[in-house]
Design a protein around this ligand. Sequence first.
Ligand SMILES: Cc1cc2nc3c(=O)[nH]c(=O)nc-3n(C[C@H](O)[C@H](O)[C@H](O)COP(=O)(O)OP(=O)(O)OC[C@H]3O[C@@H](n4cnc5c(N)ncnc54)[C@H](O)[C@@H]3O)c2cc1C
Length: 477
Amino acid sequence: MFPKQTQYDLVIVGGGLAGLVAAVSAREQGRSTLVLEKGRSIGGDGNYVEGAMGVDSYLQKQQGVQIDRTKLLQSELDYSHYEASAPHLKKLIDNSGATIDWLHDLGVKFSQVGGQGKSWPTIHSFAGGGHAAVQVLFAKAQAMGAEFAMSVSAKQLLLQNGHITGVTIMNEATGQTRDVTTTDVILATGGYVDNPALVQQRTPFASRLLSVSDGKSTGDGMQLAWQAGAAHYQLGAIQYGGGAIYDRQQPPFVHMASQLAAAATQEAILWVNERGERFVNEDVNDNMCHAGGAILTQARTFSILDQAAVDHLTNVGLYKVVGNSPVSPARFDQLQAEIDHDTTRGAKYLTQAATIEGLANKLHLGKLPTTIAHYNQLVQAGADTDFGKAAAYLTSVRQGPFYAVELGVGMACALGGLRVDEDNGVLNDHGYPVPGLYAVGNDAAGMLVGDTYAVTLPGSTAGYAAFSARNAVQHLA
Ligand SMILES: Cc1cc2nc3c(=O)[nH]c(=O)nc-3n(C[C@H](O)[C@H](O)[C@H](O)COP(=O)(O)OP(=O)(O)OC[C@H]3O[C@@H](n4cnc5c(N)ncnc54)[C@H](O)[C@@H]3O)c2cc1C
């Protein structure tokens, strides 16, 4: 539905997590505000978010969690190989706790705060997940008078003498277009993870990457900004979500809550490549982005499980706690049932054989028998002298039937493409802001990362979505 008026103080492009926070913040300032959302539903990938990053929030204070901000900044800069912007990252860190408190005061509920794998304890889990937070923010923005145009996309930014003067918008159902006048535009379109051509520019492995986004993060923000004179900043990090079931027949979200997927990717048992050779300490999955990177060093990756592991995971418990992930029960009590179901329907990503040799023959993994014999010796000795996996995760592979699950790499978001200043103003090639143009959330989060996503600072994209949206609104002309 087209908006009611033709002129607004502020137009926000994208009604995801960042766009909703921007809408509430803008109404706090009394600005007439239009939110364009190209989808039929609100919230974007914000609906799937587990939690948001914060430092010195009310919850951390309650729980006595203390983080040295300077050490945190230093370690994140190191992790990014200094490709992250130090002032931008510092501003996020310094304001992230207050942003969590602001969300909490609005009515967004948090259930816990902690870390993920080997990380800083910064992720504040949303009670009821991201969807619940999105609903609170949407209701609040509407109650405060922000207008939402659903199934309406921004197609072009209008400028006069280099200043933003409006936006050409399109009704996604009818294809009709119309111009809306405004002096300020905030781009909050969610980055480019669903744009295969852009992903391919960033990495040669695009065909093995499985987006778990809602499909609407097609890089519109950066393309609108580039047309308006913004600099082409580096297409930055893709958030590899670690190993994911490589299913060529069904979309990745089908496996989001799969216990087989969690067992194959998170339990650190045994991963081998296309020749059947082990190539990494499987507990690399403590950092899902590193796990994704490691998997992509091989042409194919298979996670090997034996029946003893399946029985243990199904009936006794996990070998490895699964961080803050949605799939984090005490046991994978559906694992055997999922294996049986997938076997019956002939799922191509799952191969099963009575013997190791049989499994190797089915998948042409010539070295698998030798690899497993050697791996079992390491398990018996209690030390992974090959790659240094923690002794606690050395689990032998001995009892048939044996299973191989083929892994690709999940990806949740892709950041970069735009350069913004400390006020989230979009910069042109000369390093100066395009007057009236701002980018927030994933559209601007390339400022925080280097060659890989900062999973060491868990919740950072959601935390940044909220921080940057408020930051931009506070600095509107
Ligand atoms: C499964 C999953 C789990 C995740 N979990 C976490 C987590 O736990 N913690 C974390 O920090 N991050 C997580 N993320 C990352 C997540 O992308 C961000 O935290 C957050 O959603 C970013 O907010 P955003 O507003 O930038 O993008 P989004 O929330 O995706 O919103 C972008 C919106 O813009 C709209 N849009 C796009 N183009 C246009 C256009 N041209 N016109 C109008 N509207 C447009 C889209 O339809 C969408 O609604 C997760 C992502 C996924 C996919």
